[in-house]
Write a protein that binds this ligand. Structure first.
Ligand SMILES: *Cc1c(COP(=O)(O)O)cnc(C)c1O
Length: 396
């Protein structure tokens, strides 16, 4: 294919930044050592690179390097946080609270724990996608051990009020975990200010490589206990065994460093591109914004389109743009997205939804091309639909 569609699916994954690749390359070849080899130079240089990366990641969320545990991504970090806390604190209590709009990598571990005898409350959100903190307060019980609320949603981009949630959890002495896979290096994150006790991170949503992530685990006030889920050589202070992967770790840190240093200007640029797209689509009418209008990731636009068939809409858009639909990403079954369901979209509108994930390498010209094609597609689908439903129009 000579002409590939414009990539606008940055919540699914992002291309690796060239500067990240360059930082990674020496760790495949010259500096190939195992950071756990403490007896020789090769191990030391790998360990030094890992140490530096750990510092960069800790700095990005205002943590300390000892509080960062490397994992294979946010899915593993979420599993480690939720199952690890459940196992370490089950004698204190067996109640866990999460939210309907969480990623499946949070909801599924919670469901798994429910089958083991834990009690899980999954809170609804307001129509704008934001959790009502007073609802959380009402749901807290004396046996609640963990609350898990994401920083930024992967479908509708909505940001949760972590500072308020963290203050409440700290006050009630309940641990707070936050899945920040979409938020890291895109919006400011501060585990001290927000009182988050565990935070899941990943590299590949922020122009780093796939297959690497981290879990932040608070060491002071309080010191969080965690039961390991992968046992072996005792790496990562026994919390996650398995040989560390220095090229990925170095790339992860480089990606986060680049994201953090350009956060303010890139955020403004992405907000402008999103606004540019929205201002072209909105005049069509029957276009509904999903999620809070401002409390959202800069590069996220999620819309539902009235009077079109969702499947036909996606097929029509596909030749020009790579976007995601409002149906569940669990490809085994087609169901409306659980996030759009949670904000109260009816199934037809949920199916006819498009998530635009605008990123670092998108340009204004691309946004205009995408807008024009989306407008043409929606108009022609609506005309076809109108012609079908009105017999007199069938001759036109
Ligand atoms: C992508 C994503 C995950 C999964 O992260 P991986 O690193 O791919 O395992 C988890 N949570 C959210 C919110 C995500 O966007």
């Amino acid at each position: 294919m000579s002409h590939r569609p414009i990539y606008l699916d940055c919540h699914a994954t992002t291309p690796v930044d060239q500067r990240v690749i360059e930082a990674m390359l020496p760790y495949f070849t010259e500096h190939f050592g195992n950071p756990a080899s403490i007896n020789h130079h090769y191990g030391w240089e790998a360990e030094a690179a890992v140490k530096k990366a750990r510092e960069t990641l800790a700095d990005a969320i205002n943590a300390t390097p000892e509080e960062i545990i490397f994992t294979s991504g946010a899915t593993e970090a979420n599993n480690l946080a939720i199952k690890g806390v459940a196992e370490a604190y089950f004698e204190k209590g067996r109640h866990i609270i999460s939210v309907q709009t969480e990623h499946n990598a949070v909801l599924d571990p919670c469901q798994y724990l429910e089958r083991l005898g834990f009690d899980v409350t999954v809170l609804p959100v307001k129509p704008d996608g934001i959790l009502e903190v007073s609802e959380l307060e009402k749901a807290l019980r004396s046996d609640t051990i963990l609350v898990s609320v994401m920083a930024a949603n992967n479908e509708i981009g909505v940001l949760q009020p972590l500072t308020e949630i963290g203050a409440l959890c700290k006050n009630r002495k309940v641990l707070l975990h936050s899945d920040a896979a979409q938020a890291i290096a895109k919006i400011p994150l501060d585990v001290k200010e927000t009182n988050v006790d565990l935070m899941s991170l990943t590299a590949h949503k922020v122009y780093g490589p796939k297959g690497i992530g981290a879990l932040y685990i608070r060491r002071r006030n309080p010191r969080v206990k965690l039961a390991a889920q992968l046992h072996g050589g005792g790496h990562e202070r026994g919390m996650r065994s398995g040989t560390l992967y220095p090229p990925q770790i170095v790339g992860f840190a480089k990606a986060v460093e680049l994201g953090v240093s350009g956060m303010a200007s890139e955020g403004d640029r992405l907000r402008q591109l999103r606004q540019r797209l929205w201002e072209q689509l909105d005049p069509l009418g029957g276009i509904f914004l999903n999620g809070h209008p401002t409390e959202r990731l800069p590069g996220n636009l999620n819309i539902s389109v009235a009077e079109v068939d969702g499947q036909a809409l996606l097929l029509g858009l596909q030749p020009v743009m790579a976007v995601s639909s409002g149906s569940a990403c669990t490809s085994a079954k087609i169901a409306p997205s659980h996030v759009l369901e949670a904000i109260g979209r009816d199934p037809n509108l949920a199916f006819a939804s498009v998530r635009f994930g605008i990123g670092r390498f998108n340009t204004e010209a691309e946004i205009d091309t995408v807008a024009q094609h989306a407008i043409a597609t929606i108009q022609s689908l609506r005309q076809a639909q109108a012609a079908m439903s009105s017999p007199s129009a069938s001759r036109v």
